[in-house]
Design a protein around this ligand. Sequence first.
Ligand code: MG
Length: 159
Amino acid sequence: MSFRIGQGYDAHRLTEGRPLVLGGEVIPYDRGLEGFSDADVLLHALGDALLGAAGLGDLGSHFPPGDAQWKDADSCDLLREILFQVGDAGYRVVNCDLTLIAEAPKIAPYSSSIRRRLADLMETDIDAVGLKATTNETLGWIGRGEGMAAIAVVLLQGK
Ligand code: MG
């Protein structure tokens, strides 16, 4: 039985006039994340972790910024495509663990539905999806509310 671990990191700038999309959920906030797709920082970190674990490259190589096909794309669609390729390479997801680093807003009210959505996408139990959030204690660019970052780790098992 083979296991593969992967990690991913992503960061996006906050800007006015965009919806804030985290884990496929539109979260009420005065700004959203800037990016070519919906800039879902959580799903981008998770996608890179999945690709890394399976040895399939990275998000940028699969979904190049500037490719009109992915303009304002729902990152759940990117994740579906990644999961298809991970499955095709012979792996299934055992579990993942995500950390959002942001000064605001609180995502606790949305945590269950984000975890449910990701569990459905990855075909795991909800307890196989960890989701945590931390502030940056007002330090640096995250602390000043200029953007958000996310870290993901994932474990794959050979089918
Ligand atoms: Mg990104």
